[in-house]
Design a protein around this ligand. Structure first.
Ligand code: FEO
Ligand code: CA
Length: 642
């Protein structure tokens, strides 16, 4: 008897078979550590007596691990954060709050100046990670993904030099020290020596395979060794040696199309460079953002950046060996053989899922010098094989290595640096599988399964991706005009994250059983009480709970009826059960979960409350809604989620 992934019963109107070979794979793939952890609840005597794998699994099925003990929250459209009974929250920090000496309080009338913003928490916080200094003190590294010009500028446009600089300085990363506030969550330590802003102006070292490449040379950096700045920092990650990974996503909208480039080069088009102008006007203040003046500057954005949050004077490192695309997050794990593996999504319709495998092995004794592991390794892209209409199947990782798989000079790939910088083109060339917008990747803490949120894709089955490839309805992307999204998971063969073969299934296909039919209702673990759309941030806590954050439609009408505002859910990976844990305020998306060491507090982002001119005054009831970090805790001091 094994653990079944059919979630109890087949969906009444869904004739697709959820149960599959994946079940057998996961029985094998579930690590021994997991058995020991779970069976320890019923005692080692039972574990010892369960002489076979099946026996051990059967024994664990009788165990109530109370993985999700909270009472779920109904959907709502309120302008507040709704948490389960017995939970509370506090606002830790909001856009514009001063964090460094000389900073001034946020001004609702002016919404700040360039000078105040330089010393303040950035806008639109997304991915983040917590680093304890002591039990009650920690550093929080937080991405500030972008700024909403209409919100940040009282006049709705970036016109003056101060407007332009203020907007630019609202981007990047904020690093803050925080301390426990008695039993009422955590609070900001203003003016701490750790507090720091990393912005689109901060100097950073270019590292890895594309360092020194002609593709990255500019007039002010002819050696392609030092870049300036990071922006569009979406998801995040952390390394085993205690550094922070911030991921550059929608970097393209900062390079407006200019007259001389009416016919944009293909390399620009593949990444959207020069096509959109989001109105930041950075090019007016800094010629780096004028693609006529500095045509290679866009090639220096779209990377994962490593930051040491404990060293305020350290120089961030752009990691070119991890590839250039619209990075969502970077899930970094140590493979059983000691090599570092980083799983990464490229969040655009019909783009791909990647992983990086280091050449050398992690050595804990080397501490932060392990960062060198990011310099030499192999970038792979995922290809999913036909699944005959089932929601599971097999897949492989294809190496993006110069000279292999046709990635040769004759086919337009000059060298390995070229492949790193134009990873999308290489992935298209090797016929990787176009995905429904890969967002966060999360690796299970106790076994070798890995999950990725595929948020939605209105173009599936309708339009080609940017590389000119049809977005076929199949495999892990089973629905045309996919408004709801799904979460995919895989287990590498032999539990080897550095290997090339894996089995996959869809953990959940989101949908609306109230108004839709067939697979658009969602899989059997979706019901009217937990339905949602557009899973984006996903993260495991140390106990193996999968937390799911949404960034989708919040109209609560039509296809989205009954779903309410964007929200956060919690899932049990073993049973497939999903419960709504939190509902965000009006117009927000929920971003960036991280946890305190003991799991007694969860930190999340409320990003862009009041988006699309919706009526939000979150968090302070003032005229300007502000993105914020929120700390959630249990009133009895217990572990969040139990
Ligand atoms: Fe910044 Fe893919 O979300
Ligand atoms: Ca996201």
């Amino acid at each position: 008897m094994g653990i079944k992934f059919s979630f109890g019963k087949k969906h009444p109107d869904c004739d697709r078979e959820l149960q599959s070979d994946f079940e057998k794979i996961i029985e094998k793939g579930l690590s021994r550590r997991d058995f020991i952890k779970q069976t320890s609840v019923i005692g080692m005597a039972s574990f010892a007596s369960a002489s076979t794998l099946g026996g051990a699994l059967a024994a664990t099925q009788d165990v109530n691990t109370n993985l999700m003990g909270f009472r779920p929250v109904p959907a709502n459209s309120l302008d507040t954060v709704t948490v389960p009974e017995g939970y509370s929250y506090n606002i830790l920090v909001s856009w514009g709050d001063p964090i460094m000496p000389g900073g001034v309080s946020f001004d609702n009338a002016t919404r700040g100046t360039a000078q105040s913003q330089a010393l303040a928490f950035g806008d639109n916080n997304d991915g983040m990670e917590l680093y304890h200094l002591a039990e009650n003190r920690a550093i929080l590294a937080v991405n500030n993904e972008y700024t909403d010009i209409q919100r940040i500028m009282p006049g709705g446009e970036a016109v003056t030099i101060d407007d332009i600089n203020k907007g630019r300085l609202a981007h990047g990363v904020s690093i803050i020290e925080i301390e426990r506030d008695g039993n009422r969550g955590w609070r900001l330590v203003r003016d701490s020596r750790y507090n720091r802003r990393i912005t689109p102006d901060t100097e950073m070292e270019i590292t890895g395979i594309a360092r020194g490449s002609d593709l990255l040379k500019t007039s002010y950096d002819p050696s392609a060794a030092m870049a300036r700045g990071t922006w569009s920092n979406c998801g995040a990650g952390r390394t085993p040696w205690g550094t922070y990974l911030t991921c550059e996503e929608n970097f393209d909208g900062y390079f407006p199309k200019t007259k001389e480039l009416d016919n944009l080069p293909d390399e620009y088009k593949r990444y959207g460079v020069g096509e959109k102008d989001w109105g930041h006007n950075w090019q007016k203040e800094d010629k780096r953002f004028d693609i006529n003046a500095e045509p290679n500057e866009p090639n220096r954005a779209g990377y994962v950046v490593e930051i040491d949050p404990a060293e305020p004077n350290s120089t961030p490192r752009k990691l070119t060996s991890l590839g250039r695309f619209k990075h969502e997050n970077a899930e970094c794990i140590v493979n059983a053989d000691g090599r570092i593996v980083v799983y990464m999504g490229d969040d655009e319709r019909g783009e791909y899922l990647y992983k990086f495998v280091s050449n050398r092995r992690y050595d804990p004794a080397r501490g932060k010098a392990n960062s060198e592991l990011f310099e030499q390794g192999t970038l792979y892209v995922a290809k999913f094989h036909e699944s005959d209409g089932r929601l599971s199947g097999r897949g492989e990782w294809i190496a993006l290595v110069h000279g292999r798989n046709g990635l040769t000079r004759a086919n337009g790939f000059e060298d390995q640096a070229h492949i790193q910088v134009f990873a999308r083109n290489a992935a298209t060339f090797v016929e990787a599988t176009t995905m429904d917008r890969p967002e966060w990747v999360a690796a299970h803490p106790h076994n070798s399964s890995v999950y990725v949120a595929l948020t939605n894709n209105k173009n599936r089955g309708k339009k080609k991706n940017r590389g000119g490839i049809e977005q076929v309805v199949s495999g892990p992307n089973p629905r045309a005009e996919n408004n709801y999204g799904q979460i995919l998971r895989w287990i590498p063969d032999e539990d080897d994250h550095a290997g090339t073969e894996f089995s996959w299934n869809l953990f959940v296909v989101a949908g609306n059983p109230l108004v839709k039919e067939g697979l658009y209702k969602g899989t059997a673990n979706i019901n009217p009480d937990n339905m949602f759309n557009s899973p984006d941030g996903i993260k495991f806590d140390n106990h193996g709970r999968l937390w799911i954050q949404t960034a989708g439609e919040f109209s609560n009408e039509g296809d989205y009826e009954g779903m309410g505002n964007n929200q956060m859910l919690c899932a049990d990976p073993l049973t497939g059960e999903i419960k709504r844990f939190l509902v965000g305020p009006v117009g927000c998306e929920v971003t960036g979960a991280t946890f305190s060491e003991k799991g007694t507090e969860m930190f999340i982002g409320i990003q862009h409350p009041g988006e699309d001119n919706t009526a939000s005054t979150f968090p302070y009831g003032e005229s300007v809604p502000r993105s914020s970090v929120v700390v959630i805790y249990k009133d009895d001091g217990g572990v969040v989620g139990t």
